[in-house]
Every structure is written in structure tokens, then in C-alpha cells.
Design a protein around this ligand. Structure first.
Ligand code: FAD
Ligand code: NAG
Ligand code: NAG
Ligand code: NAG
Length: 510
């Protein structure tokens, strides 16, 4: 950057009024309550210059991908914070997958999204395997925060696909951290963005493959009293959706099919809605703030819609009406938006969430505890429901070792995490009127505090409120020696604490 530009940058940064930096949900949903400037660099070198300048000025920095997170936990509460938004850093290079090889690699810049990489890989007969999540989200942002798909059989932490992380540290130096058993790697693998800006990632890829998706409806008892591990572990990816009012579960599962098995090209959409559908849902759910019968009607409607395949054939854009559905890896596992449709949040449907991971041997006890909590409300005459179009999401994670991930083993809590974790992900509708509080709002905080106090557990790093992190720490759920090891790596990468976040502060890493 030319000196004149640096001066302009410094001046600009000092004059700009602090304002919120929002999540994907837009105004009223801050990821950071107050930031001074949002930069959108287009090269890694430009990003390094931004970090160096900030380091010289003592300006706090946070990297951001697409803002696909829920609460005001991205930054620290320092209004001079600058955001480095990575979406214009999106080159994909160095694809290597020799014919006949079982896996290969590709180099991506920080702003590359799952959509973008999946399309690129598919065009090259390659795929990401199972180390992916939904969808208009960056791989770097997902790796930073320990995001994951749902599998007990396959590695499904996005970080598990990372082979190298190129991180711009607190001195503006680009460090290449390679997969190993070192604390440096174990910290970088789920860094919460506290080591610096992840600028590039070398990512593991596989030959492309087709999969099927199938879904069964189960009675609630069959899951609460069932062999949960045994229901999930056979598949490449599998999860439950819970419908507590109807006392039912969907079990969704996916696995590869041999090449040539089916020529169907199924394309999944979890979030596509039309304006008319969104308006109906919003009408019901907004009245459900005070009218439980609306919530019951909504859950019943959502359950029946969710029982049919949420897939179309990619070639013709026609609905697929029967299970199983077949198609290419990413199209079936994630998919995207149907042509001409919007997302639920495009049409003003807003949500809150909570996500906690528990060791698999306690999966039944956790779900029963939640059922007890629902029943205790019912005994008071209060009917609790799922107010989200895909129910309560029960996901799973195979063990994967790093210092701050949700699925590492051998921690001080003494719990058995070796079989993996069950994630209880409870998305709920947030009404758009009055005080914005949900039906029976106090229930949600009470449930979170009870689950955290009762079971060994770990929070998802972008799906929880500040309070959930505070309660987790207060209940001693996180391994102090792992936190200390992480902190020592953090001090080497970022001695001045310029990449600090609310989460890092609550974890005592500063
Ligand atoms: C619709 C939806 C579906 C989702 N599905 C899943 C799911 O299936 N499984 C799951 O685990 N999570 C899921 N998430 C959560 C999501 O994966 C994480 O919140 C992810 O971190 C968001 O990435 P982003 O690129 O939007 O980053 P942002 O939201 O912009 O940032 C998230 C955090 O990562 C940090 N960060 C971002 N980029 C970098 C970087 N380059 N270097 C350092 N730090 C960085 C930010 O500072 C911030 O703290 C979902 C979120 C949404 C909105
Ligand atoms: C944002 O910063 C301004 C100016 O520093 C301050 O007045 C305001 O209270 C801050 N807002 C929040 C939500 O922290
Ligand atoms: C992908 O595979 C198909 C079928 O084997 C082949 O025709 C095509 O050339 C391949 N494309 C690339 C980019 O390798
Ligand atoms: C992805 O996010 C960008 C904003 O970063 C937005 O403009 C675009 O519409 C989104 N795409 C989808 C399919 O939601």
C-alpha cells in the first residue's frame, strides 16, 4: 500500500463512527456491537498490510467471512475494532488429485465458501468428502470456529480437512502451520480467530462420488430409549430432527452409492422458501409468541413438510417426491437454494439458537433430561414445541483432537468422548414484534443452565450467547490445562491481544 493510502487509512479509522457489524440476520443482530471500519482486501499481501498497520496503531482486528453466526461474540467490545472481511479473497489454486489417488489437496484463500469450492471441485471430478457445513459460509471461518457436519463414522469437523493453515499473526507475519501433533497445530486447528487472520488453507480433497439420502420417521421413545450410537455410526453422515410436540424424530442418513447406480441428480435445499410460504410461517410463528396453539400448528405443518424429500432434480428443477434421493456428494449433502427462491432470513424469519456437545455415552440421558424439561412445562399447562422449520437438530461428531474443539478426548472432565459427541442444536423462532422474546422465553435459559450444570459438555463457538459461555466456564466444563496450552500459543502468535474476542475473554485467554 502506498504511504498516502496508509495515512488515509489511519485517519479514516480514527474518524469513523463506531457502528454494529451484523450477522447474516442483518440490522438488530450484531456480531460485533461496535466496529470502526470494515475492510475488504483482495489479496493476501493487502491483508498483511492491514494487519501490520493495525498492529502499529494498537487497533484490534477481527477477520470475518460471511457473518453466518448468531450472537455478539465475534469481536471484543472495543469500538476501535476493525473488521477484515475476507469475501474478496477467494482464489482457488493448486488442485492436485492424480488419477487413481484416494485423496489430494487444493489451496484456497480465506473467503472461499463451501458453495464456491464445491462447484469448483465438482467441475474437476473432486469433492470435499464430509468435512463441510452449510453453505454460504467460508471454510476459513468454519475452521476457526470448529464447525462440523454430522458423522460418527467419518471425520466431519471442517478443520479435519485442513492440511495447512496460513495465518497472519499479531506482528503481521504470515505463518504456515502444518498438520502435526504440535501445540501450535492443535491450537490453530480450532483457533477461534485468536491467533490471527487465517489467510489461506491447504485443504484435503477426494474423488467426487454420488450418495443417497434417506429419511425415516421414528417414535420419540425409539430414540430416547434406543441405541443412539448404533443408529448413527453406520452412515457417512446422519442426524436426528426432533419434533417434541408430536413426540417424533426424523432420522436422516446419507452414504455413497457406486458410480452409475443412479442417474438422478438430487439437489437439497434446507433454507429455500417462497415469499408466500415465509409469510404463512411468519404469521403462525409470530402469533405463537403468545398463542401456543399457533406453535402446535406450526410444528405439525413443519413436520409434515419435512417428511417429504427437500430435494429437486438439478437438471430439471422438478421436485423429487420419494426417498431415497441420489445425486452428487455436495448437492445431496448440502445443496443450496432453488432457482428463484430466497432463504427464510431473506424474508424476515429470524432465529436464536443454542448448541452444546455431550459425550455419546450420555446421549440418551441428555435427551431424556430435555424431555423432562418439556414435560415439566406441560405439567404447568405450557406446551413447548419446535418453532424451527427443520425441528430440533441433533447432530454428531467423531472424535478429533485439538485444544478447543468440541469433540476432543482425554479431557479433565473424565468423560468418555472417544465414541464421539452428540450435539444438541436448538434453533428457535424469534418473534419480530413486542419485546422480541420467544414464547415462554425463560425456559430456554433455564434449560441451557440445567444441561450445562448436569452433564459434561462443550459449547459450539458461534451458536451460543455470552451467558452460555460464562455458565460453561463457571461450571468448570472446559479443561484448564488445554486452555493454558492454547493461551501459551496465543501469546506467541498475538502477544498484544489484537485479535481478542468476547469468547476468548470469557475463556480467560487474556
Ligand atoms: C444457516 C447456517 C447454517 C450453519 N450450519 C452449520 C453447521 O451445519 N455446522 C456448524 O458447525 N456450524 C454451522 N453454522 C455456523 C457456521 O459454520 C459458523 O458460524 C462459521 O464460523 C461461519 O463462518 P463465516 O465464514 O460466515 O464467518 P463469520 O460468521 O464472519 O465469522 C465467524 C467467526 O470466525 C472468525 N473468522 C472468520 N473468518 C476468519 C479468518 N479468515 N481467520 C480467522 N478468524 C476468522 C470471526 O472473527 C468470527 O469469530 C451455520 C451457520 C448458519 C448461519
Ligand atoms: C458504541 O460506541 C459508541 C461510541 O464509542 C458508544 O457511545 C456506544 O454506547 C457503543 N454502543 C454499544 C452497543 O456498545
Ligand atoms: C471428469 O470425469 C469425466 C468422466 O470420467 C471426464 O470425461 C472429464 O474429462 C473429467 N473432467 C476433468 C476436469 O478431469
Ligand atoms: C451469500 O452471501 C452474500 C453476502 O455475503 C449474499 O450477497 C448472497 O446473496 C448470499 N447467497 C445466498 C445463496 O444466500
Amino acid at each position: 500500500m502506498a504511504p498516502a493510502m496508509l495515512v488515509a487509512f489511519a485517519l479514516y479509522a480514527s474518524l469513523v463512527r463506531a457502528e454494529p457489524y451484523n450477522t447474516f440476520d442483518g440490522p438488530g443482530f450484531p456480531a460485533c456491537n461496535n466496529v470502526s471500519t470494515v475492510y475488504k482486501p483482495t489479496t493476501v499481501d493487502e491483508t498483511i498490510t492491514l494487519v501490520r498497520t493495525a498492529a502499529q496503531n494498537g487497533t484490534p482486528v477481527r477477520a470475518s467471512g460471511k457473518g453466518h453466526m448468531w450472537y455478539d461474540t465475534m469481536c471484543s467490545d472495543n469500538p476501535s475494532t476493525v473488521i477484515i472481511r475476507t469475501e474478496n479473497l477467494n482464489r482457488i489454486t493448486d488442485l492436485s488429485l492424480p488419477p487413481g489417488a484416494q485423496d489430494g489437496s487444493v489451496m484456497i484463500e480465506a473467503g472461499v465458501t463451501f458453495f464456491q469450492l464445491a462447484e469448483y471441485l465438482h467441475a474437476n471430478n473432486a469433492s470435499m468428502g464430509y468435512t463441510l457445513v452449510n453453505w454460504n459460509i467460508t471454510l476459513a471461518g468454519s475452521i476457526a470456529m470448529g464447525a462440523h457436519r454430522s458423522s460418527l463414522r467419518e471425520d466431519s469437523m471442517v478443520a479435519a480437512g485442513a492440511l495447512e493453515l496460513h495465518i497472519i499473526d499479531g506482528n503481521g507475519q504470515l505463518r504456515v502451520v502444518k498438520r502435526s501433533n504440535s501445540d501450535e497445530w492443535l491450537a490453530a486447528s480450532t483457533s477461534l480467530g485468536l491467533l490471527g487472520v487465517i489467510a489461506k488453507v491447504k485443504f484435503k480433497i477426494y474423488p467426487d462420488f454420488k450418495v443417497y439420502a434417506k429419511q425415516d420417521i421414528l417414535e420419540e421413545k425409539a430414540v430416547l430409549d434406543g441405541d443412539i450410537y448404533g443408529m448413527i455410526v453406520p452412515y457417512g453422515t446422519a442426524n436426528f430432527w426432533w419434533w417434541p410436540y408430536l413426540r417424533k424424530f426424523h432420522l436422516r442418513y446419507y452414504d455413497p452409492v457406486p458410480a452409475g447406480f443412479s442417474d438422478q441428480e438430487g439437489f437439497q435445499s434446507t433454507f429455500s422458501v417462497t415469499k408466500a410460504e415465509a409469510d404463512i410461517a411468519a404469521g403462525l410463528l409470530n402469533s405463537g409468541k403468545i398463542l401456543p396453539t399457533s406453535n402446535m400448528a406450526a410444528e405439525t405443518l413443519f413436520f409434515s413438510l419435512w417428511s417429504a424429500p427437500n430435494f429437486r432434480d438439478k437438471r430439471t428443477d422438478t421436485a423429487i417426491t420419494t426417498w431415497p434421493v441420489y445425486g452428487w456428494n455436495y448437492d445431496v449433502l448440502i445443496g443450496g437454494l432453488y432457482p428463484g427462491y430466497g432463504t427464510q432470513w431473506d424474508y424476515g424469519l429470524r432465529g436464536e439458537t443454542l448448541e452444546l456437545a455431550f459425550p455419546i455415552p450420555l446421549a440418551n440421558a441428555v435427551l431424556k433430561r430435555v424431555r423432562q424439561a418439556f414435560d415439566a412445562e406441560l405439567a404447568k399447562g405450557i406446551v413447548m414445541t419446535s418453532t424451527y422449520r427443520s425441528g430440533i437438530n441433533i447432530k454428531f461428531g467423531k472424535a478429533y483432537e485439538d485444544l478447543l474443539g468440541q469433540v476432543s478426548t482425554g479431557t479433565a472432565d473424565g468423560a468418555d468422548w472417544t465414541k464421539g459427541a452428540m450435539m444438541f442444536d436448538f434453533p428457535t423462532f424469534k418473534p419480530n414484534w413486542g419485546d422480541g422474546k420467544r414464547f415462554n422465553e425463560e425456559f430456554y435459559g433455564r434449560l441451557a443452565r440445567d444441561l450445562i450444570a448436569t452433564f459434561p459438555c462443550r459449547p459450539h463457538w458461534t451458536k451460543n450467547t455470552r451467558e452460555v459461555f460464562e455458565v460453561t466456564v463457571a461450571n468448570g466444563k472446559l479443561d484448564p490445562s488445554r486452555l493454558a496450552r492454547f493461551k501459551s500459543v496465543r501469546q506467541q502468535f498475538d502477544p498484544k491481544g489484537m485479535f481478542k474476542s468476547v469468547v476468548g475473554e470469557i475463556l480467560g485467554l487474556y
